[in-house]
Design a protein around this ligand. Structure first.
Ligand SMILES: C[S@@+](CC[C@H](N)C(=O)[O-])C[C@H]1O[C@@H](n2cnc3c(N)ncnc32)[C@H](O)[C@@H]1O
Length: 286
């Protein structure tokens, strides 16, 4: 009973910390949403900050969400369908981490479970305990972030996980693991698509695109802009986030695109001073 009461009070929030996460930008994204739309599509889902805002604010909203990172997509489906098994497995990680955090962290980082519950609890455990809460893989797709410095990381955020599970189960949400170019074939006139791709680098050192073992290149940006133009022609409403770079502005320079420069802090940078004072672009066709 007590559990159910707490569950109702918790607003679902992203269950992973993700590079480029949009939690801090929700107020400005919300101001820039169209007044009405049909299905909501988010093909670069990541931590899903705007998705959770949508699901909480718009009862009955149909959502089609996807990402190319298969471990992340699996985590959404496990949270949706197997929440109690997942919490049980995470509690096990928590107990073992408390005994010897360093050796346990690296043993789990090296492990490669094939069971979906263990795969997801490994992802969430590493996300909570690794340096900067960053998900990054090498060219072979292997997670390669070192142990973080935390005294008491919140490994099992039970209330939020249950709340996320509830909302994913009770609403009209379809989850897929697919490239952005394939997943939007079914988008229709009046639908809203929010694109939050890996950002085009503004400098050689600012480049973070290692969400999967396939980097997001300039050709992908061009492919994305072509898709945006064809969705625009179909009558879809489009909102897109990207870096404040010449290449992005040039790619969206035709008259249907309205570009705003907005202030944004970066949540992932090892130097905390470099997390503030950045601008990025918000582009839309409505
Ligand atoms: C900037 S992050 C999205 C952040 C998200 N909006 C949030 O609030 O956490 C970009 C996402 O795009 C995904 N991605 C990279 N290349 C992709 C592709 N070709 N198709 C679909 N998703 C891709 C990455 O796995 C990553 O999760």
């Amino acid at each position: 009973m007590k559990q159910q009461y707490r569950q109702i009070l918790v607003t679902p929030k992203p269950f992973v910390k993700w590079a480029g996460g949009k939690r801090q930008l929700i107020p400005i994204l919300n101001e820039n949403l169209p007044d009405n739309f049909r299905t909501y599509h988010e093909p670069f889902l990541g931590g899903g900050a705007l998705l959770f805002h949508m699901l909480t604010e718009r009862d009955g909203q149909k959502c089609c969400i996807s990402d190319l990172n298969s471990d992340l997509v699996l985590a959404y489906t496990v949270i949706q369908n197997d929440i109690e098994d997942l919490i049980y497995s995470l509690k096990d990680h928590e107990k073992n981490y408390q005994k010897d955090s360093k050796s346990y962290y690296y043993s789990i980082r090296e492990s490669n479970p094939d069971n979906k519950i263990e795969k997801t609890s490994r992802l969430l455990f590493l996300n909570r305990t690794c340096f900067n809460g960053l998900y990054r893989v090498n060219s072979r797709g292997k997670f390669n972030v070192p142990l973080g410095k935390y005294t008491n990381p919140n490994i099992v955020n039970e209330d939020n996980l249950r709340s996320v599970s509830n909302i994913l189960k009770s609403r009209n949400v379809s989850i897929k693991c697919q490239d952005f170019g394939e997943v939007l074939r079914g988008a229709k006139k009046g639908d809203l698509v929010y694109f939050d791709p890996p950002y085009h680098p503004v400098s050689d050192t600012a480049n973070f695109t290692s969400y999967t073992n396939k980097d997001f290149t300039y050709d992908d940006l061009i492919r994305l802009s072509e898709l945006c133009n064809s969705l625009d022609a179909k009558g879809c409403k489009i909102l897109l986030s990207n870096s404040d770079s010449k290449e992005v502005a040039n790619t969206f320079s035709t008259k249907q695109w309205k570009i705003k420069r907005i202030k944004a802090n970066r949540s992932i940078n090892s130097d905390s001073k470099k997390r503030t004072g950045h601008y990025e672009l918000l582009i839309k066709n409505y």
